[in-house]
Design a protein around this ligand. Sequence first.
Ligand SMILES: Nc1ncnc2c1ncn2[C@@H]1O[C@H](COP(=O)(O)OP(=O)(O)OP(=O)(O)O)[C@@H](O)[C@H]1O
Length: 340
Amino acid sequence: MNGATASTPSTPASSKRADDLAIDVRGLTKRYDGRAVVDDVALQLRAGRICGFLGPNGSGKTTTIRMLCGLLTPDAGEGTCLGFDLRREGLKIKRQVGYMTQKFGLYEDLSIRQNLDFIARLFELDQRTQRVDAALDRLGLTTRAQQLAGSLSGGWKQRLALAACLLHEPRLLLLDEPTAGVDPKARREFWDEIHRLAAEGITVLVSTHYMDEAERCHELAYIAYGQLLARGTESEIIEQAALTVWAVQAPGAPALLSGLLAPLKQAPGVLSVAAFGSSVHVAGQDGAALDTAIAPYRQRPELHWSRAEPNLEDVFISLIGRAPDNMGPAVAAAPRRTTP
Ligand SMILES: Nc1ncnc2c1ncn2[C@@H]1O[C@H](COP(=O)(O)OP(=O)(O)OP(=O)(O)O)[C@@H](O)[C@H]1O
């Protein structure tokens, strides 16, 4: 559903008033060396919502985020961020957006307080000491204020980075894989904070590779090879994918299961074959074709087959299988692809 937006049960498209939308862009495109790494993306996000931005490595998430906050100029597309025109009002957007980059971007040889004070000066904020104190307090950093940023663990660094991008009281947070490499407890605390911010009316677009984080979002956008392939709530995305999923187990020889089923990945009708714990999920959209593909394997006595409910990961793996690959050699004036 490239270029389309999906409504959610609580936010029918008709009720999306323009002034409700923190992000409202369409046709967003960025090309490098003739290759569209972001291709005709449309995204609408209502104020106060948390949207998870998912997709495989190199699918265009960072590039999209950088276009949204005015750091990159799109080659095509238009729209607004926080009501400001993406092309003409980049500076106004930057002043009201908190952008957390994938890589820790603060000074490792400055203390937490010095880093925050530096950011406050960059933004020319008034009442700097009070703002820095409040940010330290909010993120539980007060007792560590004098600690060098470089000596912090991954989780604390992310907390500091979040504090830094909140200092100027942004209305929209663009978080690029904020919890990559962070342990589960720190990730949970980070997400609790994200939800508190959303409850205060801040809009959040957050890229992640973690399915448990996807499940904590109000809505999701899935991008592969630069094209937005799915958009909506978790249940809407699962429903739209219309997958049939079989779960297979091999109680006598679980280690052999993945290898045994590997040829199925190439079979007509099979969109994904993926291990989940002691099971392997085999998924496809055409139930009859899927049945034909798995028929030879269903005869095997060591394999136990049962129908399973599709989950988000089944859907995303299947979507990649169906997406057109843009990683090949660039074609100067390539014809527009149609979305599966
Ligand atoms: N400045 C650039 N010049 C050329 N190609 C680029 C540039 N920036 C990004 N790309 C390419 O654009 C594609 C999309 O990159 P992007 O960083 O947006 O993906 P991503 O979804 O954020 O990936 P990841 O999950 O690994 O962070 C990649 O193939 C990348 O190599």
